[in-house]
Ligand binder design. Structure first.
Ligand SMILES: [Mg+2]
Length: 236
C-alpha cells in the first residue's frame, strides 16, 4: 500500500450544515410518513442515515416493513428538501476550521508525491454528502473513495468497504495500519478500531476531547486548524 488513506466523516468533521440535514429529514419524513413523524429520542451523530430513518419510523409506530418500503421515497424527498434548503434558500453550510487549507494541501500532495489518498466515510447518502460538502466549497471528486450510509449495515462495514475499494482501485492490498478514519463521534472511532485502522478524532462536533479519548481514539485534536498531527501520520 503506497498511500496513507485518509477517510473523512462529513457532518461536524468537514462541514457544519447548521442543522440543515435534520430539518430536511424531518420535512421529508412528514411528507412520506405523515404529520406524526418525529425524530424524538432518535440519535443522529455518527449514525447511518437509513438507520436513523428506520428508528424514526419505528418510534412513530410504523412497522419495520414500512421503514423498508418507504425508504427510497424518503431518500428522494430528503435529498429534494436538503437541496431546497441549501441551494435555493441559502441555508449556511460552512467548512470547519482548517479544513479548506488542509484539503487543498492534501490534494496537492496526492497529485505530487502521490503518497496520500482522500476519501469520504459517512452516514450520509452519496447525494446528500455531496450537497453538504459542495455548499461549503469542497468538491465531491476531490475525494477518490466514497463510502456512504446506504452501502453497509453498519459504520464498521463502511471501513471494510473502503479497504476493499482501495484494493480494487490500486490493485494492492489495503493495510489497516495505513488507513486513518477522521471523525467527530465515538462511532467514527469504533469503525476505525473494529478493523485495526487509526482513529483520528476531532472535537468539532458535540463530543468533548475527553469523551473522544475515552472512546478509544488514537489521536484527539480540538480542530484541524493545526494540521500537523494528521499530516504526521502520512508516511512513505
Ligand atoms: Mg460526524
Amino acid at each position: 500500500m503506497r498511500h496513507t488513506l485518509l477517510m473523512f466523516d462529513v457532518d461536524l468533521t468537514l462541514v457544519d450544515a447548521a442543522g440543515a440535514g435534520q430539518l430536511a429529514m424531518l420535512a421529508a419524513g412528514a411528507k412520506v410518513c405523515g404529520e406524526g413523524f418525529s425524530f424524538e429520542g432518535v440519535s443522529f451523530g455518527g449514525r447511518l442515515d437509513p438507520l436513523i430513518f428506520a428508528d424514526a419510523v419505528a418510534s412513530t409506530g410504523h412497522t419495520t416493513d414500512a421503514a423498508v418500503s418507504l425508504h427510497d421515497t424518503f431518500r428522494a424527498a430528503y435529498t429534494q428538501e436538503l437541496r431546497r434548503l441549501i441551494t435555493d434558500n441559502g441555508h449556511r453550510v460552512t467548512a470547519l476550521p482548517g479544513i479548506t487549507t488542509l484539503i487543498d494541501h492534501l490534494r496537492d500532495r496526492a497529485r505530487g508525491q502521490d503518497d496520500v489518498m482522500l476519501g469520504l466515510l459517512t452516514g450520509n447518502y452519496a447525494e446528500t454528502a455531496q450537497l453538504k460538502i459542495e455548499a461549503a466549497g469542497l468538491k465531491r471528486d476531490w475525494f477518490t473513495l466514497g463510502c456512504f450510509g446506504d452501502e453497509a449495515d453498519s459504520r464498521p462495514g463502511l471501513t471494510e468497504l473502503a479497504m476493499q475499494r482501495y484494493t480494487q482501485l490500486t490493485d494492492t492490498p489495503a493495510d489497516p495500519d495505513r488507513v486513518v478514519i477522521i471523525g467527530d463521534t465515538p462511532h467514527d472511532i469504533h469503525c476505525a478500531k473494529a478493523h485495526g485502522c487509526t482513529a483520528f478524532a476531532v472535537a468539532t462536533g458535540r463530543v468533548t476531547t475527553d469523551e473522544l479519548r475515552e472512546a478509544g481514539a488514537d489521536f484527539v485534536v480540538d480542530d484541524l486548524s493545526d494540521p500537523a498531527p494528521l499530516l504526521d501520520l502520512i508516511r512513505a
